[in-house]
Design a protein around this ligand. Structure first.
Ligand SMILES: NC(=O)c1ccc[n+]([C@@H]2O[C@H](COP(=O)([O-])OP(=O)(O)OC[C@H]3O[C@@H](n4cnc5c(N)ncnc54)[C@H](OP(=O)(O)O)[C@@H]3O)[C@@H](O)[C@H]2O)c1
Length: 261
């Protein structure tokens, strides 16, 4: 849908909450939604990183986002995010469940496996379901939609913890789509392959190990490059827009051909 301003999508009057928007894919989605006219709530644990994304949004769109610093392992944060967004902006149109984590603890002989499992599932699965539960009433009013940022590891094994959490998330996308579709709310998933972000650094990988892994990850793509966060944001904007009005319960792969390698 082209708007009169010449922008690809017109999100003016819409309100978006993007979790994990202090960096990487979430920051790119937040900035792009703001460029298309949406008002934003951005959130993450790192207040300084959040502030720099907020500045970017202000420069690009003239709009000051609501910033909420918090940890999604804190089960009271989802209610705070939804309530403060609706209280500031009066509505909610787009919930992007992007915050996610992985773990270095992946094998059966790792004594920290179950601890890692609980932590990763709390963030990648529980927080998403809780946020969606709390957002549903507002999305029903706005006929809005939810986008979950999953991964191709939901379809290709990458350790017991991360892969199974993203597989659970994909099923939650479908169960939410089924229940909320009856109320005019769409729910879709984007499943990226390797994207050039600090994701693996954030799970404790050293800079050298990360550079080595980035090279390996490029080799795991068919097209031999890492996707950029903006390329995932392009897909999120499409899914959020009315151009995707016939799409719900879709698991949309954007993986530089990695599933084919
Ligand atoms: N990069 C890839 O190759 C890739 C591939 C497939 C899927 N994904 C998925 O894409 C999503 C975004 O990752 P990214 O690549 O953009 O990595 P990233 O740059 O590390 O971003 C992760 C975001 O999640 C937030 N976050 C992490 N733990 C959190 C917690 N406990 N509470 C609140 N926020 C938390 C981080 O914010 P703070 O650090 O400020 O807390 C950050 O904003 C994740 O769901 C990931 O699984 C990434």
């Amino acid at each position: 849908m082209s708007s009169s301003s010449g922008k690809k999508y017109d999100f003016s009057g819409k309100v978006a909450l993007v979790t994990g928007s202090s960096s990487g894919i979430g920051a790119a989605i937040a900035v792009q939604f703001a460029q298309y006219g949406a008002k934003l709530t951005i959130t993450g644990r790192d207040g300084a990183a959040l502030e720099s994304v907020a500045k970017k949004i202000e420069i690009e769109s003239g709009h000051q986002p609501l910033q909420i610093v918090g940890d999604l392992l804190d089960q009271s944060l989802p209610a705070k995010l939804i309530n403060e967004t609706v209280s500031k902006f009066g509505r909610l149109d787009f919930l992007v469940n992007n915050a996610g984590g992985s773990t270095a603890h992946r094998e059966l002989n790792d004594e920290k496996l179950m601890e890692a499992f609980d932590k990763v599932f709390a963030l990648n699965v529980r927080a998403v379901l809780q946020l969606s539960q709390l957002a549903a009433i507002h999305l029903e009013k706005s006929k809005g939609n939810i986008i979950n940022i999953s991964s191709i590891v939901s379809m290709k094994p990458y350790g017991h913890v991360y892969s199974s959490s993203k597989a659970a998330l994909d099923m939650i996308t479908k169960t939410l789509a089924k229940e909320l579709g009856l109320k005019g709310v769409r729910v879709n998933s984007i499943n990226p392959g390797p994207v050039a972000t600090g994701f693996l650094r954030s799970v404790g990988m050293s800079a050298t190990a990360y550079t080595d892994l980035a090279d390996t990850m490029i080799n795991h793509t068919l097209l031999k490059f890492l996707a950029q966060p903006d390329e995932i944001a392009n897909l999120a904007s499409f899914l959020a827009s009315d151009d995707a009005r016939n799409m719900t319960g879709s698991i949309v792969v954007s993986d530089t051909g990695s599933l084919l390698v």
